[in-house]
Design a protein around this ligand. Structure first.
Ligand code: HAM
Length: 421
């Protein structure tokens, strides 16, 4: 017996419907903000991710599904959506279409992480990327769109954490400061952190192993080195969020695990006592230099991504899904070969008229056909036998009231149009 790969999931029945249901709600919200869908390949040249996320990021250093194809190219199953969208943005010269470009995407991402509640090796993201404006108004509007999505989904116990990691000058100064601070106690930190000290000391703040080490807790804050401009920018973002009635907590230790961010970074965290509590459901930030680092023009971007499986888990817990079960309108029951053929043609006509019609393809006995009707929770049964064929009439049974009546064949579409509103 083959089993699915560790950390992956099958979606079927109601679970598959939940995923599509969410997509529908999210799409409706985000398209009102002017975002267009972009669909990029599931795999990219490995360099796309290494260059953007940074060699020191967890994603690149330990989580990528990388392989050589038969032509000897190093390819990687996408671990996230931002780098592919930036690659597509440049390759297709989308910046030439207009000054402001807004894209959204849905799709599977792949990370070799330890599977646990809300963490998979293949998972789905919904994400957005907006290019072309370096503005606290855009940053705030991006965050507002995420808040609107939570609202549309009905999820309430979510906390927005936000921080600024400054522009490049501030970041460089902060890195130097952290290097000095962590350098003093480097022996008390994990091996990963020791390595990060030289290459990217900011990432130490984000370490899951050393999270409670006093050295991390007492680390200097970015505040100390932020340029006046970066500070003013961040204050403006917060001011707009205040005016929009969006509550937040400024978290000076929030640095995000990917190297491409500058200035505004944020995460929406679930507040609950169960195993999902504390998980980031949506996360993102601004990236002023990513497009340029791909040898493109100097165009800033900002975006976020939601973890779809996490949303499903939360909505399940909070009973936020409507009844997504689909019931057959009509099941056609046929008692001999000739009737079976009639049933198939009638099903086609009913589907053409907009109904969900089902039939049993191999049985002529009533029992298995009634069983099928129950399995698809049919609203009506149409029974076709010798007698009905001869008189060009159909026996129609209401599954709820159990009432049965004879309807002339020519009137059957009309009958259901009236009775299946
Ligand atoms: P990220 O924080 O790596 O950011 O992932 C975004 C979200 O994807 C997380 O908050 C979480 O909900 C979900 N997620 C991540 N890993 C897993 C996993 N193993 N299993 C289930 N869900 C997961 C990014 O991916 C950035 N590209 C976001 C972004 C867009 N920044 C700017 N634009």
């Amino acid at each position: 017996m083959y089993r699915k790969v560790k950390g992956t999931q099958d979606f079927f029945g109601i679970e598959a419907k939940k995923l599509r249901h969410l997509e529908g709600i999210i799409r409706a919200v985000i398209e009102k903000f002017g975002y267009e869908e972009i669909i990029t390949p599931i795999f990219e040249n490995t360099e796309v991710f290494v260059r953007s996320s940074g060699e020191e990021s967890d994603i690149v250093s330990k989580e990528m599904y990388t392989f050589d194809d038969k032509g000897g190219r190093s390819l990687t199953l996408r671990p996230e959506g931002t780098a592919p969208v930036v690659r597509a943005f440049l390759e297709n010269k989308l910046y030439a279409r207009r000054a402001l470009n807004k894209y959204y995407y849905f799709g599977p991402m792949f990370r070799y992480e330890r599977p646990q509640a809300g963490r998979y090796r293949e998972f789905n993201q919904f994400g957005i990327e907006a290019f072309g404006a370096s503005s606290p108004y855009l940053d705030a509007d991006v965050i507002i769109s995420a808040a609107e999505i939570f609202k549309a989904l009905g999820i309430e116990n979510i906390k927005l954490k936000i921080n600024t990691i400054g522009d490049f000058a501030s970041r460089a100064a902060y890195s130097a400061l952290l290097k000095e601070h962590f350098g003093k106690g480097i022996s008390s930190l994990c091996d990963d952190c020791a390595r990060r000290l030289d290459r990217n000391p900011l990432r130490i703040l984000d370490c899951k192993i050393d999270r409670d080490n006093p050295l991390l807790k007492n680390a200097p804050k970015i505040e100390a080195v932020l340029s006046a401009e970066a500070k003013a920018y961040f204050q403006k973002v917060l001011k707009i969020l205040d005016a929009s009635g969006i509550s937040y907590e400024v978290d000076p230790n929030l640095v995000r695990g990917l190297d491409y961010y500058t200035d505004t970074v944020f995460e929406f965290i679930l507040e609950s006592d169960d195993e999902l509590g504390g998980l980031a459901v949506c996360a993102g930030g601004k990236y002023s230099d990513l497009v340029r680092s791909f040898n493109g023009p100097d165009i800033p971007g900002i975006g976020y991504a939601f973890g779809i499986e996490r949303i499903i888990a939360i909505m399940d817990k909070q009973n936020l899904f409507p009844d997504l079960a689909s019931r057959a309108d009509i099941v056609l029951i046929s008692l001999d070969e000739e009737a079976k053929e009639k049933a198939l043609l009638l099903a086609r006509a009913l589907r053409g008229a907009g109904f969900y019609a089902e039939l049993d393809y191999q049985n002529f006995n009533l029992k298995p056909q009634f069983r099928l009707s129950e399995q698809v929770d049919a609203k009506f049964l149409v029974i076709i036998g010798e007698e009905e064929l001869k008189n060009k009439q159909l026996a129609v049974k209401n599954a709820l009231t159990k009432e049965q009546e004879l309807i002339p064949e020519t009137k059957i579409l009309e009958y259901f149009k009236e009775n299946l509103k």
